[in-house]
Design a protein around this ligand. Structure first.
Ligand SMILES: [Fe+2]
Ligand SMILES: [Fe+2]
Length: 339
């Protein structure tokens, strides 16, 4: 379907259809997918106020938080939220929106925009994976996560923007992406200590750490108020269930197992499922534990109010002392320190 869009509202991933026979536009082709901000600038500079886009062939209704005046979505309401809708004709066998890999590989895209596309596409990826956690989807997700991990490690500015927009909600898939992004950033500082590990496998483990929750009754996961001992027992099965799912997919590595199994263990032995202590918990387990709790505290959860970054760090320091590896917590504080 063709839709008219103001040129400043164009986004990478949209498929533009320029008027045929129009000789003044600066492109060789009349129809193409926008791959970079430079192409959008070229279109604006050429004097076109609006162009048609084909919503069947590319992205549509895409508003970023930094969008300028008039950059609202298709419904025309600017809520300030980051929104992205993928066209209905998405490749059914693909887990990740193609805009994700396009954005990652686009060297010209501004960090803020890239972070927006990568974050929203990662959410879509995790949403689809958690809806259908089949073996082939787990495999596919791992491949895509590898690219996201590379981006976080190689483009600090984009990583910083990603961290700024990690939004919070009750949904497990948002939590998985938030914890994935933050854990990879934390891991970067401990690269020496992780020399024997494969950073991509670590990234996959971080993003998939709560995969097992899909096998726990969602009424328990989203329950308001305190959990009964029986419900807690059910929740405590998710690390083991997650490990089994990744094993069935033939994708279990030592890194994945460590992260999935140990992200709820605590140094003082108060965690689960194995009540490990201090040195029995490996560094990736410590990293995921810190990121996991930080995200839980700063998210809008059904049983608590969301804390600000400062409040969450203060809470972790004062109330959860002795639960986490000191060095990892200090790194978390450093990451969120004002620049
Ligand atoms: Fe968990
Ligand atoms: Fe978690």
């Amino acid at each position: 379907m063709l839709k008219k869009v103001k040129t400043p509202d164009l986004r990478t991933g949209m498929y533009v259809v320029l008027p045929s026979g129009w000789l003044k536009h600066p492109f060789l082709k009349n129809n193409f997918t926008i791959k970079s901000r430079r192409q959008i600038k070229k279109l604006i500079d050429s004097g076109l106020e609006d162009v048609m886009i084909d919503t069947e062939k590319g992205l549509y209704d895409f508003a970023l938080p930094d969008a300028g005046p008039g950059s609202s979505g298709a419904e025309g309401e600017d809520t300030g939220e980051i929104r992205i809708k993928v066209p209905g004709k998405w490749e059914p066998d693909k887990l990740a929106p193609h805009a994700l890999l396009e954005a990652i590989r686009d060297p010209g895209m501004a960090p803020t925009e890239k972070a927006g596309v990568v974050y929203q596409s990662s959410l879509t990826l995790m949403e689809r994976l958690l809806e259908e956690p089949r073996a082939e989807n787990i495999k596919e997700a791992k491949k895509v996560i590898k690219e996201v991990v590379d981006l976080i490690l190689c483009e600090p500015q984009t990583a910083h923007e990603l961290l700024k927009i990690t939004s919070h909600d009750v949904y497990t898939y948002m939590h998985c992406v938030n914890v994935g992004v933050l854990s990879v950033l934390l891991s970067k500082s401990f690269a020496g200590g992780l020399a024997q590990e494969d950073i991509h496998e670590l990234g996959a483990g971080f993003f998939l750490h709560d995969l097992g929750k899909v096998q726990v009754d969602s009424a328990i996961i989203n329950k308001r108020g305190e959990l009964t001992p029986k419900e807690m027992e059910e929740i405590r099965k998710h690390p083991q269930k997650g490990c089994e799912m990744v094993t069935e997919a033939g994708e279990l590595t030592d890194e994945c197992r460590t992260i999935i199994m140990q992200h709820h263990e605590r140094i003082d032995g108060s965690g689960y499922p194995l009540w490990l202590r201090g040195g029995d918990i490996l560094l990736p387990g410590h990293i995921c534990a810190v990121a996991d709790v930080y995200d839980a505290l700063t998210s809008t959860r059904s049983y608590q109010n969301r804390l600000t970054t400062f409040q969450a760090l203060k809470y972790m320091k004062e109330k959860l002392e002795g639960k986490f590896l000191k060095e990892v917590f200090e790194e978390l504080v450093r990451i969120f320190a004002p620049r």
